[in-house]
Write a new protein. Sequence first.
Length: 228
Amino acid sequence: MPLPRASKAAPQASKLPGALRIGITGHRRDRLKLPDHTLMHRIAGVIELLRRASRLPSARQIEIVSALAEGVDEIAARTGLTAHCRLTAVIPFKPKDYEATFSDKAYRAVFRELLRMADRRIVLPGSLKDTKAGYVAVGAETLDRSDVVLTVWDGAPARGRGGTQEVLQAALQRRLPIIWIDATEDRAPRLLQRSPFGPCPRLESLARRAQPAQISVIRECVPLVAAA
């Protein structure tokens, strides 16, 4: 089932001035097989690759769009801030309600600090009575606010609605380029991008033949989406 468009009640998905928007999607910690420092190194490398490919003079012109969940969202947000990117937090529920969904209570303090440091905070009107709908909505809103998607994905099927695989398939439907960091093996990031012609491929099929993300290839798509 494709992700719906974001609610009309949500703030307009406008860019921060002059920014290339990198939407984050990926697993929570139970599906990450690599340590934080390895993932942060890979994510920092992708941010720099995209900065160079889009010919931006500074990482301050890059906007990280993250839902700030435990795991990839958090790691990418921390990495982006360290690289001096701007941060847009898009969360599915009111902050206190969102905190109730975290498996590690210690993460609540990290979440609050990341939310405080965000340049923009978008709070969607989700309810804990239907968390799956909240996750679906935040995935759609993240894509609405993205020029390119950065994912840390293990290549396995989604475990529920609003999961990483579903968000990535929706990104392909929208023709958003995806930079894929493997969640299970430390290898070079890969580019997932559909052909401009024909039907949208299945994510798994595209992943099997994905090639390493190289600046010459990235440069062909990033200026187009950055100018959109």
